[in-house]
Design a protein around this ligand. Sequence first.
Ligand code: UDP
Length: 477
Amino acid sequence: MASNPHVLVIANPLQGHLNPVLQFAKRLAFKGLMVTLVATSTISKSLITENGLVKIVSISDGSEDLPKQPLDNDTKEPLDGSQVESNQPSKEVHGSAEDKEKERWARFQPAVSQGLIELIERHKDSCNPFRVLIYDSMMPWCLDIAHQQSLKGASFFTQSCIVSLLYFQTYAGTLQLPTNGSVVSVPQLSVPLQLHDLPSFIYDTGSNPAILKYISDQFSNFKEADWLLFNTFDKLENEVVNWMAEQWSIKTIGPAIPSMYTDKRVTGDKDYDLNLFTADQDTCKNWLDTKTKGSVVYVSFGSIANLKEEQMTELAFGLSNSNIAFLWIIRASEEAKLPVNFMSEALKNRCLIVNWCSQLQVLSHEAVGCFMSHCGWNSTLEALSLGVPVVAMPQWTDQTTNAKFIVDVWKMGVRVKVNEKEIATREHIEACLKEVMEGEKRNELKINALKFKEFAKAAMDEGGSSDNNISKFISSI
Ligand code: UDP
């Protein structure tokens, strides 16, 4: 009897990339494929749980002898007791944190390429060798490896379709940046975009040219990929999805979040299983249980964003002055920026601050009335899929564009304005929190958020747009 096709999935070792890639891998396994996920050594050192549906293997990304990443606060060894072989010469790296990050990324591609090739070759003589490599679109060189090894390649985009399109136009040199307050004309979009609605690396070209190149290189060979998979769903980005589908063979497969929060068909799929941080799960749940329905603001800026100290102070006092209860995630690396005189006795009863939580568990708790978010794409999808209105406080990268859509397209949130120093003041933060939690708009925002919750569920449920696309992807393998 022929075995089910075996696919190899490789994730980028960043929390916001890992989560959707692993969720998609679980979906494929649920639908009958045999799935192996490659967790590179940065991830596998922090593996908190193994996942039953998907086999997880480790390869080196060259980071073994580097100091821990600033965002990595977990030192756990792989639970399966596996050892990760380093194929890089051991070398002390001296210099600043920035130098070490550069070294980490310089080692990444050569080490992962070698590990991936060895893994694929080792499996060639097995009873079920890999047929397809699904790779994060930010690692376009994986496609070359797949094709050289006679595998097909599927590029998995962890950002929205509109953001992908804007990066594609940047790569192709066809994006006309607006001048003097005019708007960007994206013909496939009825909502005009102003300069600051574009991803920050596009409008602020001088700030990070290397990152802009890294990101837009996703499109360097995407036309040669056998499939283009997007973590979004049709009803969310109708216009752009339709336009892109006319040009390229794209498949929307999202929202790639645990099934328990959408269609509930994948038994046991309750949470993301690869965590680079340790969640304070019980503390958050127990605290939220003491709060009344819809009374708490959940505040998180994701796994990477670093707020300026001044911004942290304004945020702390904006939250405190609002008189609304809040649960605030401050990663260990950000804690020192909290103002010293901020925590009063009275405030202690009204807030909880932890380093990390299970965000889905928090967002789905009935005590949570709104999400103050940096608008990372996963957080945005999670807010939409769980029907939680947003106070958008984008920091950089695609978050600015996601915030624009939250406010003006999906109409399920408000955006905090920034002053000429790019700081959101405490007064404005307080006003936005009150607008979403207590203001006239409250009902309308909630109704719109709940509408998208239904759409997200329908997309993933049997016969829904994303479900159909996943089935078509599987039958085409
Ligand atoms: N997340 C979490 N616990 C937290 C904060 C974030 O589990 O305390 C998860 C969140 O659910 C999301 C991911 O981390 O899936 C962050 O991805 P996102 O794209 O929102 O932001 P990034 O970290 O990439 O900036």
